[in-house]
Design a protein around this ligand. Structure first.
Ligand code: UDP
Length: 371
């Protein structure tokens, strides 16, 4: 028995998840722990939250590192998932220079770490790299149509630069890379005030407030439930060595924004109405992933329907809103005038980058001790 356990312990991988206290990151940490890995979650709590990892904090195989990805990473790990970056338009535009820094310096730091450790590294890229797409649905071979000086450029171009750095490290230094282009993802642990469509609409409906539809609501998105996304990320990481990506990950079921508003009103039983607001600048008019590549190479496709995923997300937000401590949640992401402006709460968090208490490492030494 003990020999068996020792073998299991010896074969365990140490996996770094940057942005691990965020929405997708925390679900990923949970899944990696479930399968027996050692998980180091690095987060500066700018848009992530300790609440997201509350359930796994007690695990002896989980370790929280309170650090910004723009600092060098004196660690030793076997695999890296780089998810550290604000992902909602309202959040990443709140401090655009910081967003670019996070994308570019973060990529450099995880790539240097991967190179030093011989670790495999997966980059959470985005459908935003396609910009306002002239090709529909979007394939990985499409180079995109991004406004390089627009309000979204900090994120779009930051992520594009990260992709190019990943390939340069792969070609010139032999780093084993994976690039996942993540399309709109939703589910429990989205922030109630992050300004994204699913969280905004559900919170607005549950509070009987008008749902804020930007533009005429005919723009489309394709929504992937977080469990499906995490499944895809792990499969991509674990795939054979020559599979670098980039690979689209998302749900190809495309719906207009106005349809989502109607469905959420119906599902919540809300008496809320719809109010139309101006479209934010450079808001893509349509988006749908071609996931042929993921289907073929990973044997993956989403299995959670929009109805099923929305129902679980509505339940989550209902519980959040009932929680007295979060009773103030649920404004429209600071875009009530229809422009991507600043948001009080997110700005405040950016000023105070870490509300996380430094967590003493459970393994021997500090963040740099295993160099
Ligand atoms: N949107 C909306 N109302 C909201 C939030 C978003 O109509 O309260 C629209 C937004 O203009 C965009 C789509 O929903 O067309 C998706 O926006 P989100 O911020 O979730 O992510 P994006 O796909 O733009 O990165």
């Amino acid at each position: 028995m003990s020999v068996h356990l020792d073998k299991a312990a010896a074969s365990r991988r140490t996996i770094l998840v940057t942005g691990g206290a965020g929405f997708i990151g925390s679900h990923l940490c949970e899944r990696l722990l479930e399968r027996g890995d050692i998980v180091w979650c690095l987060d500066n709590n700018s848009t992530g939250s300790l609440d997201n990892v509350g359930a796994i904090m007690a695990s002896k195989r989980f370790r929280l590192i309170d650090r910004d990805i723009i600092q060098p990473l004196p660690l030793h790990v076997d695999e890296i998932y780089n998810l550290a970056c604000p992902a909602s338009p309202a959040h990443y535009q709140a401090d655009p220079i910081r967003t670019t820094r996070t994308c570019v310096l973060g990529a450099l730091n995880v790539l240097d770490l991967a190179h030093r450790c011989g670790a495999r590294v997966l980059q959470a890229s985005t459908s935003e790299i396609y910009g306002e797409p002239e090709v529909h649905p979007q394939r990985e071979t499409y180079w995109g149509h991004v406004n390089p000086i627009g309000a979204r450029a900090c994120y779009d171009e930051g992520k594009r630069c990260a992709e190019s750095l990943f390939f340069d490290y792969h070609r010139s230094r032999g780093v084993a890379i994976r690039i996942a282009r993540i399309f709109n993802t939703y589910g429990p642990r989205m922030q109630a005030d992050d300004g994204r469509i699913v969280s905004n609409f559900i919170v607005q409906a549950l509070r009987d407030r008008p749902l804020t539809v930007y533009g005429d609501g005919r723009q489309t998105r394709s929504f992937c439930y977080v469990r499906d996304m995490v499944d895809a990320l792990i499969r991509l990481m674990d795939a054979p060595d020559d599979l670098t990506g980039p690979m689209n990950l998302g749900n190809p079921h495309e719906v207009p924004v106005i349809y989502l508003a109607d469905r959420i009103i119906a599902m919540t039983g809300a008496s809320a109405s719809i109010v139309f607001k101006p479209l934010p600048p450079d808001d893509p008019s349509r988006r749908r992933p071609d996931i042929g590549c993921a289907r073929r190479a990973l044997g993956w496709e989403p299995v959670v329907s929009l109805e099923e995923g929305l129902a679980a997300t509505v339940d989550y937000f209902r519980a959040v809103l009932q929680d007295k401590g979060r009773a103030t949640a649920g404004h429209d992401g600071g875009r009530s005038d229809g422009v991507c402006g600043t948001i009080g709460r997110a700005d405040a968090r950016l000023e105070r980058p870490s509300a996380l208490h430094p967590v003493e490492p459970r393994a021997a030494g500090g963040a740099g001790a295993r160099r």
